[in-house]
Design a protein around this ligand. Structure first.
Ligand code: MRU
Length: 367
C-alpha cells in the first residue's frame, strides 16, 4: 500500500536474505519505524509483544521465523527435532490467530521433505515468500468479492455516502497488503464510491484509533473514530449501512473469533437489521473446529494493557495509569461471535453463508 507516495508492506525479506523487515506497529500512528528480525527469537518477541499483529501478518512472521531458525544455527543442527521444537516455540507466541500455526506447520512440512541443510534453508525461505504472496493475493480477491456489497448499498442509497463500521484493525497493517475487512473498503474507494468508515477505537490497545485510522487516512478514506460502545447507537440512528470485520480464527461451522467486542457489534447489528460480514482468507479457517465458543483458545493478555494507556504528549511517548493503582483488571483479547449472527463470509473464493454448508460450497476440499 502507499504511505506518503511510497509502496510499503508490513513484512519483507531484505535483499541480504539475512534480515526480515517489519513495521513496528506499537509506534504507530506517531512514528513509522522499521525493525530488523535476525533470529527466530526476534520473530517470537515481535509476535508476542505485538510489534506485528493481525492474523495474516502473524502467520507471515511465523513463516519467516522458521526461515530465520534454519539460517541462524550451525548446518548440522538443522535436524527434524530442532525444527519441530523451534516451530512449537513460534506457534505458542500467540494462541488465538490460527494463521500462525497454519503457516508454521505448512513450512515445516515442506522443509522436512528435504534432507540437505542448505536445501532446508532455501525451502524455508521460498515457502515463507510463497505464503506471504499467497496471502496478498487472497486479500486482493477479498476486496474484489466484497466490492459489490458496498456498490449495492451505494445504488440503493442513490449515491449517498455508504457508511461502513469496522472493529480493531483488519487492514493492510494486520495483513501484508489490502487487509481483510478493509480490502472491500479500499476497492470501493479506488472505484470512486463515496464511503465513510466508523472506526471503533478498540480498547485496550487501540488498534482502531492508532492503526485503522492511520492507514485509512494515508489512503484518503473518510473515517471517524468512535468509542467502542458507540456502534449500537449509530446503528439505531441509521448511520451504519454495513459492518465488516476480520477474524483471527473461524471454525468450519462459521463461529468467528475476533478482537474483544466484535460479538457485541454483531448483536447490535442483528437487532438493527444491519448486515454483518466477516472478511477472511482461507488460512484463517480452522477446519478442525466445530464449536467456536468451546474450542477456540482466547488469549488473556497483561492486565496493565488496561490499567495504563500509551499516548503522545509534548512530542514524547507517555504511558499513564488510568485507574486506581490497586484495582484488578482482566484482559480478554478476543471473543467469539456465533455463526447465527454473521450475515456472510467474504473470502478469496467469493461470498458464502456463515454455515458449514456455505463454507463447504466454497472450500469443498476441506470437508
Ligand atoms: O490482537 P490483534 O491486534 O492481533 O488482533 C487482531 C484482530 O482481532 C483482527 O481484527 C483480526 O486479526 C483480523 S486481521 C485481518
Amino acid at each position: 500500500m502507499k504511505v506518503d507516495g511510497k509502496d510499503l508492506r508490513t513484512i519483507w525479506l531484505d535483499p541480504d536474505e539475512k534480515t526480515v523487515k517489519i513495521i513496528d506497529q506499537r509506534r504507530l500512528p506517531h512514528e513509522l519505524v522499521l525493525i530488523d528480525l535476525e533470529t527466530v527469537d526476534d520473530a517470537i518477541t515481535a509476535i508476542k509483544d505485538m510489534a506485528v499483529r493481525g492474523a495474516p501478518l502473524i502467520g507471515a512472521t511465523g513463516a519467516y521465523g522458521v526461515y530465520l531458525a534454519t539460517l541462524n544455527t550451525p548446518r548440522h543442527t538443522i535436524e527434524d527435532n530442532f525444527l519441530m521444537t523451534e516451530c512449537d516455540r513460534l506457534k505458542s507466541a500467540r494462541p488465538t490467530a490460527v494463521n500462525l500455526a497454519w503457516a508454521v506447520d505448512s513450512i515445516l512440512a515442506e522443509v522436512l521433505k528435504e534432507n540437505q541443510p542448505d536445501k532446508r534453508i532455501a525451502t524455508a525461505r521460498d515457502q515463507a515468500a510463497c505464503i506471504t504472496e499467497q496471502e496478498v493475493e487472497r486479500c486482493k480477491k477479498i476486496g474484489e468479492h466484497g466490492l459489490p456489497l458496498i456498490d449495492a448499498i451505494r445504488r440503493r442509497k442513490q449515491g449517498q455516502t455508504v457508511n461502513v463500521l469496522t472493529h480493531c484493525n483488519a487492514g493492510w497493517l494486520a495483513c501484508i497488503e489490502h487487509g481483510t475487512a478493509t480490502a472491500p473498503i479500499y476497492a470501493a474507494f479506488d472505484q470512486g464510491i463515496d464511503l465513510h468508515v466508523w472506526v471503533d477505537e478498540t480498547r485496550p490497545l487501540n488498534q482502531g484509533n492508532r492503526l485503522t485510522a492511520w492507514e485509512l487516512g494515508k489512503h484518503g478514506v473518510k473515517h471517524t473514530i468512535i468509542t467502542d460502545n458507540a456502534g449500537g447507537y449509530l446503528m439505531q440512528q441509521g448511520k451504519v449501512d454495513i459492518v465488516i470485520v476480520g477474524t483471527d480464527r473461524t471454525t468450519a461451522t462459521g463461529d468467528v473469533a475476533n478482537k474483544i467486542g466484535t460479538y457485541l457489534k454483531a448483536l447490535a447489528a442483528r437487532d438493527n437489521k444491519i448486515p454483518f460480514y466477516v472478511a477472511l482468507p482461507s488460512s484463517t479457517f480452522d477446519w478442525n473446529l466445530k464449536d467456536g465458543i468451546k474450542e477456540i483458545p482466547i488469549e488473556e493478555r497483561d492486565p496493565d494493557e488496561i490499567r495504563y494507556i500509551d499516548g503522545r504528549a509534548n512530542g514524547k511517548n507517555e504511558r499513564v495509569l488510568i485507574c486506581p493503582a490497586e484495582s484488578a483488571a482482566a484482559n480478554y483479547a478476543f471473543d467469539v461471535t456465533p455463526s447465527r449472527l454473521v450475515t456472510g463470509f467474504i473470502t478469496e473464493r467469493g461470498i458464502c453463508e456463515a454455515t458449514q454448508e456455505g463454507i463447504k460450497r466454497l472450500f469443498p476440499e476441506q470437508f
